[in-house]
Design a binder for this molecule. Structure first.
Ligand SMILES: [Zn+2]
Length: 362
């Protein structure tokens, strides 16, 4: 049984952002695309409610929860078309709970029905429970002599504080739903642009075959307005710019979470559970320190590209080009000026910094 813990000493905001990112992608090999029919029966998970939509199949403990998953998939699909000009491939989200494994038979059933991707998920109440348990464990470790009532009251205070200071105006449900859309964004990008990707059980690359910055861009573009506002606010904190990388590095770097995961694997006490990786302790803390800025920079660069190109579809051409084997440097040289962008990454970096400085809230 794996554990999912919040790192215990990172700032609340960073923790919230990292938490939204801790659920890792997992996908199934490509099957032939098929028109959506009724929900495929999942061996071993027959008690789950399921909703069938154009975007795919959505499984959860009850119908209302399944419908919420489907609603978020719809938002992600619409957003994906707006930015990438490709139809969102149908998939499946399965919120089966932490105690149950999404096995190969269930994945096969969904693939055979036409799901191009499969995302194991935790629903909002499970995430809330995990957060609560993690905080309680940390408190007990720090205050071994405290009575239960004292621990409980500190736990509730910590939860309330995190809700007030961290994310999305204190609405944890918004954060959970935004995180789901983010993860679906990864799935859609991979399947829409790399449909023949080679798939193994454990991806060597964090998000997929594309560069990590583009993969993460697809994620942040799907997020809620509240989460987007959190990302943008961080950009103008003191010292924020020193956390961001020059664009030549940003376009080439691996996702910081990937490096963290390699370390986390060594520390983990079990295999990933149904594709949901649980991270704790030092590894979680390292990831929480580094990962938020990757998302924040992806958001900022995306805002810049949209503003400079004057269209939200600027990513479509980039994704097509990169999926064809090119890189951003060559895309800029060949197509940048057509989109109002400089022809080199170095010049893009300068333009981005100038735009960023001019965009600071007054
Ligand atoms: Zn992501």
């Amino acid at each position: 049984m794996s554990r999912r813990l919040l790192p215990d000493v990172v700032p609340a905001r960073a923790r919230a952002l990292a938490f939204a990112a801790l659920t890792l992608v997992s996908w199934s090999p490509v099957g032939a695309a098929a028109p959506n029919g009724p929900c495929p029966a999942l061996p071993g998970l027959a008690d789950l409610a399921c909703v069938a939509r154009d975007e795919g199949w959505f499984y959860a403990d009850d119908a209302a929860s399944a419908a919420r998953l489907a609603d978020d998939a719809r938002i992600a699909a619409d957003t994906f078309v707006r930015h990438f000009e490709r139809t969102a491939p149908p998939g499946a989200v399965v919120a089966a709970g932490t105690g149950r494994h999404l096995d190969d038979d269930a994945r096969t059933a969904m693939r055979d029905a036409g799901a191009r991707w499969v995302l194991p998920w935790l629903d909002a109440s499970e995430r809330a429970t995990l957060r609560r348990d993690a905080i309680e464990r940390q408190l007990r470790a720090r205050l071994p002599d405290a009575e239960d009532a004292r621990i409980r009251s500190l736990r509730e205070a910590a939860l309330a504080q995190a809700a007030n200071t961290s994310d999305a105006g204190g609405d944890g449900a918004d954060t959970d739903r935004s995180a789901l859309r983010h993860e679906i964004g990864h799935m859609l990008l991979i399947d829409a642009f790399w449909p023949d990707r080679a798939v193994s059980g454990a991806p060597a690359h964090y998000g997929g075959p594309g560069p990590d910055w583009l993969d993460e861009t697809a994620g942040v573009l799907m997020e809620s307005e509240a989460m987007t506002a959190v990302r943008r606010r961080l950009l103008y904190d003191d010292g924020a710019m020193s956390q961001l990388r020059p664009l030549d590095e940003f376009f080439a770097m691996p996702h910081p979470l990937m490096a963290g995961l390699v370390a986390a694997r060594a520390e983990a006490d079990g295999p990933p559970h149904a594709g949901i990786r649980v991270v704790s302790g030092d590894a979680g803390r390292r990831m929480a320190d580094q990962a938020p800025w990757f998302y924040v920079q992806a958001r900022d660069v995306a805002d810049f590209l949209i503003a400079r190109a004057g269209t939200p579809t600027v990513f479509a051409g980039i994704a097509r080009f990169v999926a064809g084997g090119g890189d951003i440097e060559d895309w800029l040289a060949l197509h940048g000026p057509d989109h109002g962008l400089p022809p080199t990454v170095a010049a893009l970096d300068a333009a981005w910094r100038a735009w960023h400085a001019a965009s600071a809230p007054h």
